[in-house]
Write a protein that binds this ligand. Structure first.
Ligand SMILES: [Zn+2]
Length: 226
């Protein structure tokens, strides 16, 4: 069924182009189609969710942030933020700590070293950590997916942070509400904490007080002190 506004062309003419010449602008139907593609490309299945009216993530889309939330919650908020942002040509990518680790291990495996990590996904599509980490406009790393302890995990995450920083591109680190990124977390290290200490924390869970305004602290237990 083709669109009533553009009759399926995907573009409409609008006055006010350069030198007074009417210009073709993408029709709303085209923009929404592209937004769905963007969502799906960022996280398989994301385009099936419907966007809500607003999300705190909108303000943090292009800023380094620590996002605290569960998987489903993150998905809905991200879908909403991208939908409201309406910039479908921005490449946003959600990866897990396990994927990050596998990409890093890929570098090792291509040098024929033995891999001892049970979470290693040999056919991960990114050929290296650099490939995976550097291309997106926004990289989102979900922690807590990787199950097996690998002492290099924190090092890999810290390297990802530094690669993003080097290319001046934003990154989110997403933590589970009950597994704060602090000492004892699979991914935590002093070096990582130092490199993300100035990042904002964006809680997605109810009853969680924001801790991104300088001195204000979350109510109750101080769990996110990065
Ligand atoms: Zn249309």
């Amino acid at each position: 069924m083709s669109c009533e506004i553009c009759e399926g062309y995907g573009f409409v003419q609008e006055d006010g182009g350069p030198l007074g010449i009417p210009q073709a602008v993408p029709c709303e139907c085209r923009v929404e189609k592209d937004l769905n593609l963007q969502a799906e490309r960022s996280w398989a299945g994301l385009s099936n969710l419907s966007a809500k009216k607003k999300t705190p993530l909108s303000k943090f889309l292009w800023k380094n942030s620590i996002v605290v939330g569960e998987k489903d919650n993150l998905a809905t908020h991200l879908r909403t933020a991208l939908w409201l942002e309406r910039r479908p040509n921005r490449f946003v990518k959600v990866v897990s700590d396990a994927t990050l680790m596998s990409a890093w291990l890929n570098n090792l495996s291509s040098s024929n070293r033995e891999i001892y990590d049970p979470d290693f996904i040999r056919d991960v599509r990114a050929s290296s950590l650099e490939d995976l980490v550097e291309s997106p406009s926004l990289l989102i790393v979900r922690l807590g997916v990787k199950g097996a302890r690998n002492s290099a995990m924190s090092e890999v995450l810290t390297e990802a942070v530094s690669l993003r920083d080097h290319s001046s591109k934003p990154m989110w680190i997403v933590t589970e509400p009950d597994r704060p990124l602090e000492e004892g977390h699979l991914c935590w290290s002093r070096a990582l904490q130092d490199s993300i200490s100035h990042w904002d924390t964006v809680p997605l869970i109810k009853g969680y007080t924001k801790n991104n305004q300088g001195n204000s602290q979350p109510s109750g237990k101080k769990r996110y002190n990065l």
